[in-house]
Ligand binder design. Structure first.
Ligand SMILES: [Zn+2]
Length: 460
């Protein structure tokens, strides 16, 4: 006799086409949260999801509203007293598509070469719909879920979750749970499921070099007075090593993690294709670290803008002052304060040519470094072994995802399982976003097993 979870997984497989069809319906609605003219679409989709959740057997299915916020959807089915409660987070809103060169209309999902192309297919409609499909299969096959489940589907993730903490305050019951599965992240490849355990934070600042009250003739005054533009270049150059990587604030990483991270398929070919390197240019040398470590666990810098004259604005003058806006990706476990202190010390000592240097600190966001602890993680690994043939590989994200930091702050003591259906070819936030349908199928199966595995944990 087949074990119950395996039967449920088969049932989910059998319903796969139906699941894809439901997903395609959701993807038709342009629920673009950053464009006010689509606010009604966000509401429409939220209402449609709410109705579907109710029809599926969820209780308290409701569209949650707050003043000056787009709605979120919450629902629960908690029929197992004593069993753990799992919160599943996803988001229903979409990134915009305006001005992007899509091969097919972004809101009419199209299947091509095993992938489903549409805005939101993987980020994040496919993410939480993969849970819905697993839940539906449990209810159809067994008539009940093995544990208590709550869903929270946010409507403002793509604008940085500006009201998520207000939702957490206003509806604490919607979040009260023992394990959280946050489904809006990536897999390192279509064959390796990922567990996101770190995010880099953000620090932006403006550095200005000033020497002259106005621009002056470079033929008359060159070599006699300091040049703020040259000083600015010299200052920025202090921050980086010979490869051009930020040399300040480097982190020690766990050697075991470093070894494991070499498994992440980030070959030169994949990086060259993904980052669109031009012929003859190679990825930076990894030296003793892994590429994954450079991309996820070490701080990095880029120049956002400068006041350097653009072509067509040339003049033979020493400019009175020059500024640059610099953006730093703060390493996981590092605070913006710590990195700022290092950068400030470097930029304000021994000013080149004695120019006046000023710094203005701007936007910032905390990084996140999570240590998976407790039995929920081996349980998740067992579920993924059954569905993918592999446990979850701990990975990081080089960018900043505000909602994760909020969950981390509020619920960091709970097991937080960050997974998703994206893969390196997904192209989230860009044209031709797509989801690998085999990844979707494996995600659904993994979610079937995940509910069973988590059900066996002691609640609280
Ligand atoms: Zn997302």
């Amino acid at each position: 006799m087949t074990e119950i979870p395996a039967r449920v997984a088969e049932r989910a497989d059998a319903a796969f086409e139906k699941t894809v069809a439901r997903l395609v319906e959701y993807l038709r609605i342009p629920a673009i949260s950053c464009e006010p003219e689509h606010a009604e679409d966000v509401r429409k989709l939220a209402g449609q999801i709410r109705g579907d959740l109710e029809a599926l057997g969820f209780e308290k299915a409701r569209v949650l509203e707050l003043e000056d916020a787009l709605p979120s959807v919450a629902a629960e089915r908690c029929h197992k007293p004593g069993a753990p409660t799992i919160l599943i987070y996803g988001h229903l809103d979409l990134q915009p598509v305006a001005g992007e060169p899509w091969s097919t209309p972004p809101h009419e999902a199209v299947e091509r070469e095993g992938r489903l192309f549409a805005r939101g297919s993987a980020d994040d409609m496919g993410g939480w719909v993969s849970h819905l499909a697993a839940i539906e299969a449990w209810l159809e096959e067994v008539g009940e879920l093995p544990c208590n489940v709550k869903l929270f589907i946010e409507g403002e993730e793509e604008i940085g979750s500006p009201n998520l903490e207000r939702f957490m305050d206003a509806y604490p019951d919607a979040f009260a749970s023992d394990v959280m599965v946050l489904t809006d992240c990536e897999n390192p490849s279509v064959d390796i499921p990922g567990l996101t355990i770190s995010l880099r934070g953000l620090l932006e600042l403006e550095v200005t070099c000033e020497a002259l009250a106005s621009d002056v003739h470079s033929g008359l005054w060159g070599n006699a007075v300091p040049d703020p533009q040259v000083a600015l270049i010299k200052l920025i150059a202090r921050l980086v090593d010979d490869d051009g990587r930020l040399r300040l604030g480097r982190q020690e990483v766990d050697p075991a993690w470093r070894e494991a991270s070499r498994e992440v398929p980030l070959s030169d070919a994949i990086i060259s294709e993904g980052a669109r390197l031009v012929e003859g240019v190679k990825p930076l040398p990894p030296h003793e670290r892994s590429m994954a470590e450079w991309m996820w666990r070490q701080p990095a810098m880029t120049i956002l803008s400068t006041t350097m004259p653009a072509p067509g604005r040339e003049k033979n003058a020493i400019r009175g002052k020059a500024s640059a806006k610099l953006s730093f990706r703060v390493a996981p476990g590092q605070t913006p304060d710590e990195l700022y202190a290092l950068v400030e010390a470097e930029l304000t000592r021994d000013a080149p040519g004695g120019v006046k240097v000023t710094l203005v600190r701007q936007t910032e966001a905390e990084s996140w470094l999570y240590e998976p602890k407790g039995p929920a993680f081996p349980a998740a690994d067992r579920a993924y072994e059954k569905a993918w043939g592999k446990p979850l590989l701990p990975i990081g994200v080089g960018g900043t995802i505000p909602f994760v930091a909020m969950f981390g702050r509020r619920f960091g003591d709970l097991p937080l399982i960050l997974n998703g259906v994206m893969d390196p070819k997904t192209g989230a936030h860009g044209p031709d976003e797509s989801m690998d349908l085999e990844v979707f199928r494996k995600a659904i199966r993994a979610n079937v097993y995940l509910l069973d595995e988590l059900a066996r944990l002691d609640a609280g």
